[in-house]
Each structure stands twice: as C-alpha cells, then as structure tokens.
Ligand binder design. Structure first.
Ligand SMILES: [Zn+2]
Length: 637
C-alpha cells in the first residue's frame, strides 16, 4: 500500500489520516507506492512519506490474517478496540512485522478493558508478556541494526542511492538527541522484516516530525556531511561549500531537530526557515572573513559536541538546550568585522548606545531579539511566559559572556567556584562552554585551525586598513605589513585557549561527577559523606543550579558509569591544542631562521612585502607587535 498522503500538500497529517495510513492492511498494489511517493515532493516531505511505503511493502510478505482489524475501528478511536480477542493461541511470532501491529492493538484493547474493569488477570498477564517480548525483539534488532548500519553506511558510494530515497531516509529515520550517530545515508535495500517492524515504532517519531511541519529540505549531499555533526572534527567549511553558503541554516536546523526542539516548542517550519535565513543575512552584512555565518554555525556545532561528549546535556532542560543552541547561533549576529575597541575608539553608534560596555555583544543580542519579534521569524511564539523569560535570560547571560574582555574574570570566577563544594551555576557553566567554543579553533584539527587563523587575521588587517585611513594607531595584529603569526598563535594557545579548555574540562567533570555520585547513592547520603562533592539540595533556591533545576531534566537517572565504575569523558580538544602548538612552534623556528638569513643578507624584514618568507600565512614579521604575550583577541572584540 502506499502511504496515501492525500490529506495535505503542506505536509501536515491529521491524526486520523496517520492512523489509517499506518494501520491499514496492504490494500493497494506495491507499484502505487512509487507513484505516490513522487507526487509533489515539495520540501522533501512527501518523499518522507514514501519511506513508509517501502517499509510497508516489505511487511506485506509476512502479513497474517489476524492483523486485519479494521482501520476504521482504530482511526475513529471508538470502543471497537474492546472487541479484540485476547486469546494468545494464534499470535504472530514476536520477530515478525505483524507482531508489533497486533501488540499495539492489544495494548489499546487492554487499556479499554482496564478502564471498564473488564479483564481477567490471566488475560492481562499473558498479553503483557507478549507485548514485552515483541518490544524486546524490536529493541534488540533495532540496536543491532544501528550498530551494523554505521559500517554499512561508510561503504555506500554517494551516488549509489537515488537522491530522493537518500533524502527521505535521512530525514525520516534520524534520531533525536541520543547516543547513536545521526545517519544521513541508508541503503535502499530492506533486507529483513525487521525493517517493517521499525516502521511501526518509528510512527510516533515520524508523526511528530510531520505534524510539527519541520519541512526544511536538506539536500542529500549536505546531509552526507552533516552525519559528522556530533564530531569535534566536523568540517563546517565543507558543509558550507556543499550547502551553497548556507551552513548556518542547515547546522542550526539539524541541531534543533536533534534535540527535538522544533516539535517541543512547536516552531513553524516557515518561521524557522525565515529566522535562520535572517541570521545568515545578518552574519553576511559586513562580508567579514571570520565573523560570518560559518563562525556562527561552527560555534553552535562545537557547543553541541562539548555538551554531548561531556554528557552535560542529560541534565539540561529542553528550554536550556534551546537557549544554548540559539545563543551560539546568534552570538555574533551582524558582527561588524571590527573589535569593540575599534567601536569605542571611533565613537561608533553602537559604542554610544551601549556606553562602551560589551558593545558588540549587547548589539548581537539586541538585534537578534529584535529580529525575532517579527512574526515571520519569531521562533519563540509558542513559549510560555516563563519559558520565554528563562530563555531570554540565559541567552543574554551566555552571549554577554563571549565578550573577551570578560575572559580572565570569567576564568578566575570559575576556578574559584571549582574549589568550592557548591554546585556550579548553570548559566555560568553554559556561558563557559559557549566561550570555549567561540575561541576554540586552535583546539580543532590543524587544517581547520589554520583556515580560521588566516581568516581572522585577514579580518584584523581590514580593520588595520581602516585604522590607517582614519589616522588611528594600529590595533594589535592589525597591521598587514607585518605580524608574527606563529608566535601570536602560540601565545593565544598558551594564555587563552589552553587554560580555558582546562578549566572548562574541570568544570564539566565536577558537574558530572557530582551527578554521578548522586546517582550512585540514590540520595544525598553519600554526597554528604564527602564534602568535596557536596551539592545544594534546596530545590527552591534556583532554577540555575544543575542539581536543583525546576524544569524537567532530560534524564533523571542517566547511566553514565561504565562497568569499571568510572565515567569516561573524552576531550579531543586537548590533543589538538598540543599538536597545533607544536606545529606553530616548528613554524616559528623556521620563520626565525629565515629572518636571520635575510638579516644576514642585509634585507629589511620589517617592511618586506614578499610573500615567500613564510609558509605560515600571508602575513609578515613585525617583532615589536608579535612579542606581545597575549596578542590575539580571537573574538575580535
Ligand atoms: Zn564569535
């Protein structure tokens, strides 16, 4: 049967339509499926419906009569469930597609009967046992499939699957926040009946996705790259190339989708699309080499990886996750490509408006919320008053904390907090994560870090060009005629990035350790035994304490302990920092050698515009500037 999808072109399925489509027996010949799945595949939504068509076709091979309960009885939600025979003699085997179907009908029937108190204990027990077996089978099969699939997917040639098939598979069968990697690809073959079973258990997820109108179409070749969204080595440059300069839109969308935020806060797809496009337009306003939409996308993705790797995400409420993703996405919205200091020195409008305090950061927040006030890009329209307030407070806290001038104070404060027994304020913790992601390119793979470095320097030089025009002194690193790139990066890593990531890692470990202790003890008892891990237990004090959040946590009893009783917390950033610093050191030595040679030849290195002197970048040497120990302000602020 085809999944029909006759109800709406906008991608909305009504409840009844869905039930009918999912539960009706295979009435139509399989060939219909192809036809239907190609009808008006606007926004990729109808093609998603096609996925179910394929799955159902597979299931038709093993259809048994016992499941042909009428679609109308189910879709109309009336008491005809009650007429189901609860006998267990003719039940389909638990590993067949029909088992899950029968199972769901019986569970509904049990509920009806329980409501009427019209069921024997024996019937109840036997049917629940059957249902449990079916779910276990599905679970085991699903887990095995996901493990297998990663390997399978890596073998798939990009052209091996028709793009439309690839598109709907990826969009439909990807998971919300979980420990399973997102899959952008899947083979078109469905080898076993297990796939058909999955159609059943995916129904709810698919329905939620369809009903929330998350219709943003992600091109298959972009999805292929977004598969790596959970990885520290994610290449936002590659995504941006593939996405025709729309990396922020797709990364933003995928992150919100991953955490189920779109459905949870009922964000309209058109509004979300407009919001993300507006963000991209804002980031592109000044054509900055560094503070552009790639940086916004990169920082949001990095925040996601940190939260995910450290498992901190398990203790965040939905609204906190929503705020964190949006804070990262907007944190440099409409950045002017110049530093706060430049604004202050030139007495710009924004400097006047914000009285020289966190000038750009205040502006990014204000302009973003102003943009979101427009109906066409108001992704917050369905938040309650309380949710909006919490969201706004968190976003403001987090983005203001990206002001680099706050850096040392922030590090000092956090170090102080880490030495105290109290838990760490949630807003502070999330601000630190955003700050680290913001300055984190030296903690990424060399090729990524190197690109970011050159682009940031180019942005600095453009500011330097303007400073020259205005007769202002050059800001540090802004004079194109000579900058010691390698040295500046070594200083940046040593003084800023490395300490930040160390403190952040300690902070994450402390937070998670505290929570693990609580989990292990099942109460506060064992925590009290060890004052070092004491936490505030007063639930009335704050919604910002990780341990006393008033919101609903994503998981109240997360299983983070391995069999050895330890929590494994990966920190891929630390290795990269060491490696990148080593490369810069080698380059610095080489540069110094070349400078010496030139000096020996009597050349003037300070004003040499030849671009062959250094492999490090397109910039030259200038000892007076480069010797500054903390020369780089990576946020350009
Ligand atoms: Zn930034």
């Amino acid at each position: 049967m085809a999944l029909g999808y006759t109800s709406s072109r906008s991608g909305q399925l009504t409840d009844n339509t869905l039930h009918q489509n999912i539960l009706q027996p295979m009435a139509n010949p399989p060939d219909r499926a192809k036809d239907d799945s190609t009808v008006g595949s606007k926004n990729g939504q109808l093609s998603r419906a096609g996925s179910l068509t394929v799955l159902r076709r597979t299931s038709s091979k093993t259809k048994v009569g016992s499941t042909s309960s009428s679609r109308t009885s189910i879709s109309t939600e009336n008491d005809s469930y009650a007429s189901v025979d609860l006998g267990v003699d003719k039940l389909p085997p638990t590993d067949t597609p029909d088992a899950s179907h029968v199972c769901s009908i019986r569970l509904r029937n049990l509920i009806r009967r329980l409501q009427k108190e019209d069921i024997s204990k024996e019937d109840l027990q036997r049917n629940l046992e059957y249902a449990a077996s079916v779910l276990e089978t599905v679970y085991i099969d699903e887990t095995r499939r996901l493990c297998d699939e990663d390997d399978e997917l890596s073998e798939v040639e990009p052209d091996a699957v028709p793009s439309e098939v690839r598109d709907w598979l990826a969009l439909t069968f990807t998971r919300s926040m979980s420990n399973i990697k997102r899959r952008g690809e899947e083979k078109p073959k469905f080898k076993s009946v297990a796939h058909a079973i999955r159609a059943g258990i995916m129904v709810d997820r698919i329905y939620r996705r369809l009903s929330s109108s998350t219709g943003l179409h992600v091109p298959p070749h972009v999805l292929l790259l977004l598969k790596h969204l959970d990885e520290w080595g994610f290449d936002v440059f590659a995504v941006n190339d593939a996405a025709d300069n729309h990396s922020l839109k797709f990364v933003g969308y995928e992150l919100l989708q991953k955490y189920d935020i779109i459905a949870k806060y009922k964000i309209n797809s058109t509004v979300l699309d407009t919001f993300l496009l507006n963000l991209e337009i804002g980031y592109s306003k000044y054509k900055n080499p560094y503070h552009n939409l790639l940086h916004g996308a990169d920082v949001a993705q990095s925040v996601h990886v940190i939260l995910n790797q450290s498992k901190l995400v398990h203790w965040l409420t939905d609204i906190e996750i929503f705020a964190t993703i949006i804070a990262a996405l907007i944190h440099d919205y409409e950045h002017t490509g110049t530093t706060n200091n430049f604004h202050i020195m030139t007495g710009s409008e924004v400097a006047l408006l914000y009285n020289d305090r966190a000038v750009l950061e205040n502006y990014h927040i204000s302009a973003s919320f102003r943009m979101m006030k427009n109906d066409d890009s108001n992704i917050l329209s369905n938040l309650s008053r309380e949710e909006f307030k919490e969201f706004r407070n968190l976003v403001i806290d987090m983005v203001l904390a990206t002001d680099m001038s706050f850096h040392f104070q922030q590090i000092k404060n956090l170090k102080g907090l880490l030495s105290m027994p109290e838990s760490i304020d949630k807003a502070k913790a999330l601000s630190m994560v955003l700050h680290c992601a913001d300055i984190g390119h030296p903690a990424k793979e060399w090729n990524l870090h190197y690109k970011w470095t050159n682009q940031l320097l180019e942005e600095f030089f453009r500011q330097g060009d303007r400073e020259k025009e205005l007769g202002l002194p050059f800001s540090p690193l802004c004079d194109r005629s000579g900058v010691l790139v390698a040295e500046s990066q070594i200083g940046f890593i040593d003084f800023i990035v490395d300490p930040s990531f160390q403190v952040m890692s300690d902070m994450l470990e402390k937070i998670v350790s505290n929570l693990l202790k609580e989990q292990r003890s099942g109460s506060a008892t064992s925590i009290n035994e060890d004052p070092a891990y004491d936490v505030k237990k007063d639930k009335s004090t704050s919604t910002t304490s990780l341990h006393s959040s008033s919101g609903s946590s994503r998981s109240s009893t997360p299983k983070l302990l391995g069999s050895d009783g330890k929590f494994e917390f990966l920190k891929p950033w630390l290795d990269h920092l060491v490696k990148n610093k080593q490369i810069w050191k080698e380059r610095a030595a080489k540069d110094a050698e070349e400078r010496k040679k030139k000096e020996a030849k009597g050349e003037n290195t300070n004003n040499n515009n030849s671009d062959t002197s250094s492999k490090t970048s397109d910039v030259k040497t200038n000892d007076s500037q480069a010797n500054s120990p903390i020369p780089l302000n990576p946020s350009g602020k």
